[in-house]
Design a protein around this ligand. Structure first.
Ligand SMILES: CC(C)(COP(=O)(O)OP(=O)(O)OC[C@H]1O[C@@H](n2cnc3c(N)ncnc32)[C@H](O)[C@@H]1OP(=O)(O)O)[C@@H](O)C(=O)NCCC(=O)NCCS
Length: 121
């Protein structure tokens, strides 16, 4: 029988931190972290910084799950793309070679965003 290894990653971030980076560094910061589809999605929302923060936390949680599995190559933020599925739940589009699949959950308030990733290998 094949066995599955499970690796977890979690990240929490203050929405204010993302808002400050966007104000201070501007589009250069946004372009370094988020794909154009992610940018369009977040900018379509009433408070884009909340959704940018959720995606930032999601990317870091995916990085943690991969690193905890022993993955040891560098991972850029844009390699990990977060897409909403039809019902709004987040899906991961990973632009690197890996085996298995990753499941993700995001939540946010006005002030904080949190995400958890599960890597099933
Ligand atoms: C899907 C649902 C659970 C999301 O709850 P929420 O409190 O608004 O979500 P949070 O603010 O904590 O998190 C938002 C994130 O959840 C994720 N999300 C959205 N829809 C989702 C879904 N169907 N499944 C899983 N995750 C979902 C997204 O990543 C979203 O982030 P984004 O807006 O940046 O893309 C909620 O909208 C829902 O449908 N609840 C069902 C219960 C219900 O209908 N209650 C009303 C009658 S009592």
């Amino acid at each position: 029988m094949n066995s599955i290894d499970i690796f977890l990653g979690t990240d929490i971030i203050e929405v204010k931190r993302i808002k400050t980076s966007i104000s201070a560094i501007g589009q250069r910061f946004v372009n370094r972290i988020f794909t154009s589809d992610e940018q369009n999605y977040c900018l379509s929302k009433r408070r884009p910084e909340i959704h940018f923060a959720g995606r930032f936390a999601a990317k870091e949680s995916v990085m943690k799950a991969l690193i905890s599995s022993g993955y040891n190559k560098s991972i850029s933020f844009k390699t990990i793309e977060i897409k909403p599925s039809k019902n709004g739940s987040p899906e991961v589009n990973l632009g690197l070679l890996f085996e298995g699949k990753i499941k993700l959950s995001i939540s946010h308030t006005e002030n904080y965003a949190i995400a958890s990733a599960i890597y099933l290998k």
